[in-house]
Structures are given as structure tokens and as C-alpha cells.
Design a protein around this ligand. Sequence first.
Ligand SMILES: [Zn+2]
Length: 146
Amino acid sequence: MTTVDGYELQARLLRALSHPVRLRILNLLVKREACVCHLTAVLRRPQPYVSQQLAVLRDEHLVAGRREGTIVYYRISDHHVAAWLSHGRQLAADGEDSSAMFPPVPEGALPDCPCPACQAEHSGGHHQSQSGDAAAGQPVRARDQS
Ligand SMILES: [Zn+2]
């Protein structure tokens, strides 16, 4: 009977996590699922490079893929990954303002991304900005008491 060394397993997970680009990928996949071409557009790196980083994360089951037609959409595999990312950020920030250290990842559609999710948002999601009717509060007329 072979016993699995938990420390060894944990070290393998941390090795997969210990890469700034892979951390950025995970940080994005916490917010939304994305295909390789979307990640390529966000990270502005060559697609083969992004695929390679995704493969490392997939091998350690940190991300899971969902196939739709010819495209695979990735997301984080479970909430423990999100919790780890959040704790890792707090440790790295060491009490400083973490929002300044970790620039936010774009959550919406990217204008220059060819992925189906972004294209769908561009064609369908026209944002209607409503300039709220400045309903001028009618001054209450003082009642004539005579
Ligand atoms: Zn996209």
C-alpha cells in the first residue's frame, strides 16, 4: 500500500501556482470563464504561451475546461482555488493596499477580442445610458389659511 505524501502534493500545487502569469490567469478565471483566445487578448501574450500556462494549471486540476463546439472555456476548478488566491494576495500585500498592487482584470468584453463571448456582448449588449429624469421636486405650495 502506497501512502500519498500530502506535503509533496501540496508542493506540486504551489509550484503550479508560483508563476505571475498563471496567477493572473487564475485571477481572471475566478471572475468569469474564458477561452484561450480571450486569455491571450487579456494578457497580450502569444497564444501558445498562454496555452502552455493553462496546461500547467489543468494538469494540477486548478482549472477545469468545458467544451462548446470547437472552443474550450476554462474556469477555476473549485472555490478553494479562489480562497487560496485571496489569501495569497493578502500575504503578498502585507497590509498594504492590495488593489494598487494587483491591477484589476477586465471583466467585461474586450473590444479587440475575437472570442465568441466577447463578440456576443458586442453585438447584443448595447448599454443604454439613461440620463435620469431630474424630476424637479415641485415645491409644496404653502396652504392659504384664511
Ligand atoms: Zn473575449
